[in-house]
Structures are given as structure tokens and as C-alpha cells.
Design a protein around this ligand. Structure first.
Ligand SMILES: N[C@@H](CCC(=O)N[C@@H](CS)C(=O)NCC(=O)O)C(=O)O
Length: 333
């Protein structure tokens, strides 16, 4: 029997390239199959939801959702591990994985569909991926249709006139913080990639391929750019660090991005789902944020809290989370 996993995905999909980068790092034999009109029928055999990536295991099982995909594979292929041995670094890595998927996605998605130049670029690439082999003129109409559809969807991740300046400021501040953190290390948690790298990377790499966000990265963040390139095919170049050496440059990101913006948003979103609200408003450090709740993210906050509850000795972790302002959002007694 073949030992090859198949990944149905696309370059423009942050969650797809996140999973592919993980497969590459682990050295798990895999085939990358671009989801397009040509592969749609096969894709539908395995996809329960019309979302990419879908990983088809050698035994023919279809897996979806990048976080559980990575967790399932990590249990089967433990080496080289993506989890730092220091329990504080390991939890912060899981927190950044979640941040990347949920808040990093707002950065990427907002910038991709907010301005004409970005819409044209992404719409054109998506049309060419989905329907390969057409004439140039045919792509124009398709691309316009994709742009129209995607622009109508930005509100689902919370991008609006009210939140646009907050998302863009968070992207620029977060980038500056990561730039300092990556000044003297290959990956976010040391010399080998961690769970958190994969979640953050899929989104930021895609942002880099778009004109506006890409120009900001090119101009202001050479260290982040090096990491974006490295993460395409990440390699263990040494060991993980422990929290003590990561803290000076990673704590500011936890304070100003994770605790000040993402976690209060995530908790307000989960509360709105639990209360059956159509819309919620929350006061973030960056201002008032109003949107319709996102179902998926309430589930992933629950998973993060379970992960926190499963940490055997939380004394040091709690002091780090307390100091950075994260604890009150995560520790729900
Ligand atoms: N939580 C999912 C999200 C997957 C997702 O949102 N995929 C998007 C692209 S990045 C998608 O497939 N959209 C519909 C489409 O491309 O047809 C994961 O982590 O895999």
C-alpha cells in the first residue's frame, strides 16, 4: 500500500500552505493536488465541507481543518517534534497557532480584499488556479466575479469601515514586534519550527504575496521576510529555546496583539455565539469592534482553554500569562 498522503489545496489558501509546510518539515510523503475544476470530483469524495485543505490519508480517509490535521499527524509522526520541551514556550506556541489562524487571518483577508490592486491580483490568481487553461480574456470576467463575492464576505471575518484602521494598525505593529523577535533566531521559538510558526506563517506568507501587505513587509520587515522564505520548506537548524530567552521580544507581541486585541475579541465572539446574538460589539485596546459572530472561532477558543487546563503544573505559565494580560481570557474557572 502507498504511504503517500494527498493534500488538496491552493497557494492562495493560507491554511493549505500551512499544512503543506508541516508535511515538508516532517518529511511525510505527500502529493500536493491543486483544487481546481479538474480535481473537483475527487475533492468532493473526501471533503465534508467545501473548504481547503483536505488531506487524504493513505487509507483513504479525508481530514479537514488545519489544526486537527496537524495534531492528528503529530501523534503519528512525533519526530521531529513541533512542540518546545519548555511547557511555557509550548503553550505560547499553541496560543500563537490559534492567533495566526484567527487574527492573522483578519490581517490577510482584510488587506487582500480592501483595495482594487489587491483584489485584482488575488482575483486573477484564484481564477487561474480554479480554471486552468482558459484564454486571458476569460479570466477577466471570472476574476471580477470572484472579487465581488469575496468583497461581500470580508464582514464575516470582521473587516468593516469601523475595524479597517484597527486591523491595519495591528498588522503593522505586529509585524514590527515580530521583526525584532526574528532578528536573531530562525523561527519563532528557536532554531526549529514550532506549532505557532505554522499558524502564523500561512497567513503572513499569503499577505506577502498581495501587493499592499507585501509592500509593507518588503519595506519594513527583512527578518520576517527571511522567516517567510524559510518556512516554505522549514528545517530543524538547532534546538527550541526556553521562555526565558524568548520573553524579551515575544512578551510585547503577547501583550499588544494577543491580550489587547485577539483574546478579548475571541471571548466576546464566543459569548455572542453562546447567547445567540446576531451581532456583538467589544471594546478592544484599538477601539470599538462590531461584527457578526464567527462560529468556528468559538470552538477553537474552547480547545485552547482545554489545552491550558491540561498543563500539569501551571504555576510558571500562569505568571507569564498574568504578566502579559492573557490569563483572564484563558483561565475560565
Ligand atoms: N479552519 C479551516 C479553514 C479552512 C478555510 O477557511 N479554507 C478556505 C481557504 S483558506 C476555503 O477553502 N474557502 C473556500 C474555497 O476555497 O472554496 C482550516 O484551518 O483548515
Amino acid at each position: 500500500m502507498s504511504d503517500v498522503h494527498r493534500i488538496f489545496g491552493a497557494e492562495v489558501s493560507p491554511y493549505s500552505i500551512k499544512v503543506r509546510s508541516y508535511f515538508r518539515f516532517k518529511g511525510i510523503p505527500h502529493e500536493w493536488i491543486i483544487r481546481s475544476s479538474a480535481t473537483q470530483e475527487e475533492f468532493e469524495k473526501y471533503a465534508k465541507l467545501p473548504l481547503i485543505p483536505v488531506v487524504v490519508t493513505p487509507t483513504g480517509e479525508g481530514l479537514q481543518d488545519s489544526t486537527p490535521i496537524i495534531e492528528t499527524l503529530e501523534a503519528q509522526f512525533p519526530d521531529p517534534t513541533i512542540h518546545p520541551p519548555d511547557p511555557v514556550a509550548a503553550f505560547v506556541s499553541a496560543l500563537l497557532e490559534e492567533f495566526g489562524d484567527e487574527w492573522g487571518n483578519k490581517w490577510m483577508f482584510h488587506y487582500r480584499w480592501a483595495r482594487d490592486a489587491d483584489c485584482r491580483s488575488a482575483g486573477g490568481r484564484i481564477a487561474r488556479t480554479m480554471m486552468p487553461g482558459l484564454e486571458d480574456a476569460q479570466y477577466e470576467g471570472m476574476s471580477a466575479g470572484i472579487v465581488e463575492r469575496m468583497k461581500s464576505r470580508v464582514g464575516f471575518v470582521g473587516s468593516s469601515e469601523q475595524t479597517a484602521p484597527q486591523i491595519e494598525q495591528s498588522f503593522k505593529d505586529g509585524l514590527a514586534q515580530l521583526e525584532r523577535h526574528l532578528a536573531d533566531r530562525a523561527y519563532l521559538f528557536g532554531a526549529t519550527p514550532a506549532f505557532g510558526d505554522f499558524g502564523m506563517w500561512g497567513q503572513l506568507y499569503n499577505a506577502w504575496t498581495d501587493p499592499t501587505a507585501g509592500a509593507i513587509i518588503e519595506a519594513d520587515a527583512p527578518n520576517v521576510k527571511g522567516w517567510l522564505e524559510r518556512m516554505l520548506d522549514p528545517k530543524a537548524e538547532g534546538d527550541f529555546e526556553s521562555w526565558s530567552t524568548l520573553e524579551p521580544t515575544l512578551a510585547p507581541f503577547l501583550e499588544q496583539q494577543v491580550a489587547a486585541l485577539f483574546l478579548p475579541w475571541s471571548v466576546a465572539n464566543a459569548d455572542a455565539i453562546a447567547g445567540g446574538s446576531e451581532e456583538f460589539s467589544v471594546e478592544l485596546a484599538s477601539g470599538t469592534w462590531t461584527q457578526k459572530p464567527q462560529k468556528y472561532h468559538a470552538r477553537s477558543l474552547g480547545k485552547l482553554r482545554e489545552r491550558y487546563a491540561a498543563v500539569a503544573d501551571r504555576s510558571v505559565l500562569d505568571s507569564v500569562l498574568e504578566k502579559t494580560g492573557c490569563l483572564r481570557w484563558i483561565a475560565v474557572i
